[in-house]
Design a protein around this ligand. Sequence first.
Ligand code: ADP
Ligand code: ADP
Ligand code: ZN
Ligand code: ZN
Length: 745
Amino acid sequence: MDDFISIVGAKEHNLKNVDINIPRKKLVVFTGVSGSGKSTIVFDTIYAESQRQLLETFSAFTRKWMPRIEKPKVDAIRNISPAIKIDQKRMGENRRSTLGTATEISTYLRLLFSRAGQPFIGPSFYFSFNIPEGMCPSCHGVGTTIALDLDKVLDMNKSLAEGAIDHYQYRLGGYYLNCMKASRLFDMDKKLKDYTKEEMDRLLYLEPTRLNGEEHGVLVNVTIEGIITGLNRRQFIKEDMSERDMKYFKVETCPDCHGTRLNERALSVKVNGKNIAELSSMELTELYAFLDTISGPLTDPMVNPMKVRLKHLIDIGVGYLSLDRPISTLSGGESQRVKMARQLSCDLVDMIYVFDEPSIGLHPRDIGNLVSMLRMLRDKGNSILVVEHDPAVILEADHVIDVGPGAGTGGGNITFSGSVDALKGADTMTGKYLSSRSQNGYSRRTPSGYIEVRDASLHNLKNVSVRIPTGVLVCVTGVAGSGKSTLINDIFTARHPDAIVIDQSPVGRSNRSNPATYIGAFDKIREEFARANGVTSNLFSFNSDGACPKCNGQGFVEVEMHFLENIRVTCTECGGKRYTKEVLDLKYKGKNIAEVLEMTVDEALAFFEDKAVRHKLGTMKEVGLGYLTLGQTLSSLSGGEAQRLKLAEQLHKKGNIYVMDEPTTGLHMADVQVLLDIIHKLVKAKNTVIVIEHNLDVIKHADWVIDMGPEGGRKGGEIIAEGTPEDVAKVERSYTGRYLREMLP
Ligand code: ADP
Ligand code: ADP
Ligand code: ZN
Ligand code: ZN
């Protein structure tokens, strides 16, 4: 049995006391409908237990300072190894972190310049924008400068007395404005547009000046300064400027280093005619080609490891990125692929790698490369556990574990474990969809009108003009980096602010929000409890006196770990129930509020009779979230679940434009059918639905397809084909067209 990771009696979340044998050093794919328990097995049981055992290996002395990670609910796990999680979480928000620094390629590049640069100037840190010797002195190596956005601060059509300064620090009657008035240096009643240049300069740039002013006839001593001088002094380049402050500033490319972050000395050094900033701004594919022209005993030690790393990044489908790209601007899928490429360059063996839907954001064309990477990691002697829905990945697995049959309490069992061939013959949801990918067709609708987008040229877009039909389902397709998000999320939604974006960003950070509060059902449920018990409904809120005082109604306390993710420990006072004993004694139809919060949406629909409660919960069931627990924190929802929850909130509205980015994320082939039904319902109710999507089952059902490309990055940014799926299938140059050809009848 050494060849297996053996799990005995797994009971976390919805798992039904299951035993699982997972072959080691193989590519194992976990499938099953959304909410069936795949992530609970892979992340909350195997990965969590591996982390816990790792902490146990620290000395007793060290452990004294660490919280106890609770053991996942499982009787035993045998043959486990250290695990590494490769998910879609963004890789940190540090403004200084770039693709180059995160992959260490920049380290080698600096070494290359310090050894082989013309003229030779000194140590490699002379080329680092994180160190004073290399950084641009104007922007301190950030590449951008922050300047006050006067358009946001000043209303030129008003006078100072009418509130021309639209900034909370200059409120009418507030301290600063009173000082300005008292100084008598400014005409308070003249509209700003009538100020002379001299008056304006004084208003904006006056250096701090002490003078005697007069207020209500009393002589006062005030310090007065210009608005820009003052706001800059008080808030400029605070590392953590709040959002409230940030909105008055605009970020601009640094005028001195033009965004390269480096000082003149560093930029003057060249290798084969290019300086380090020029190489950092090249697309990775171009950089690779450039490095091909450099070889020799002096440079090989730097160039070769760079090429290995670049090759991994290119193969995995992000060759259109550049080393200077800030990590904080990468999408979830891009972040995941960069993390994966990083692992390929490291020599750990006998690890467990856990992946969360690595196919996200990838065009069918690039799935083959993804699978090759997974195999490379496996062949180094690692166990690869992948949660995945894409049939193209499932079909390549060494071993498939199907979890189900349904979601939530209807799932939690292993319905199949074996080879792909055996799965095709198996009577499980995944087996059935794999052997026949047929789906009932929808008849194509004709657009009710068109919205034009003209001359879009952000990022890689090549002055794109395109018509977007309304009243239909529109799919925007193309390989990763072709410009889909730039066109739709950045350009279209900016020009049409009434479009409703339903994305996968978290629905709320507060640990007091849950699906029931989000959808608005919890208020009604609290009212039911209040009525039944003759108390106020506020008592049942997590923010009231009724909440457990120790954990403030969260049910857990969070312990900060300095070198690992924060760890949550169940509250010892309420045992995770979140309320005081007094509140828990109050019942509604025999259940207390904590018991209700533990119900799934489906269970709650069977329990409550109140119309309003049922309507709200019903929308969640409609979008396929009937398996969610009312009280689970919103942060426990996956991106796909968050997106469907937002969809539920919008479900019964009319005449809107909805924009969604890969709504099939986290969805099993069977769930995709449910999603399609919802989208078609929205369209039928005269809404326009625009989705960025790679899933061919969705694309083939679109009324209109806009295909971008042909490639990612500089070689993309054009419209390659537009029209019905049949029209696009005819276009030779379109990768999407090629795949559609095989799918259409
Ligand atoms: P899958 O990965 O197959 O989509 P999950 O493992 O995420 O499914 O979820 C399985 C079940 O466990 C679902 O009913 C889900 O709502 C529930 N669940 C997941 N995370 C939590 C959590 N943090 N707290 C409570 N229930 C959870
Ligand atoms: P898609 O959505 O088709 O994957 P994107 O619109 O995300 O493509 O990217 C198109 C191009 O624009 C790519 O070359 C990408 O690297 C670039 N890009 C996207 N976002 C940014 C950004 N915030 N800063 C700089 N370049 C970006
Ligand atoms: Zn600069
Ligand atoms: Zn508590």
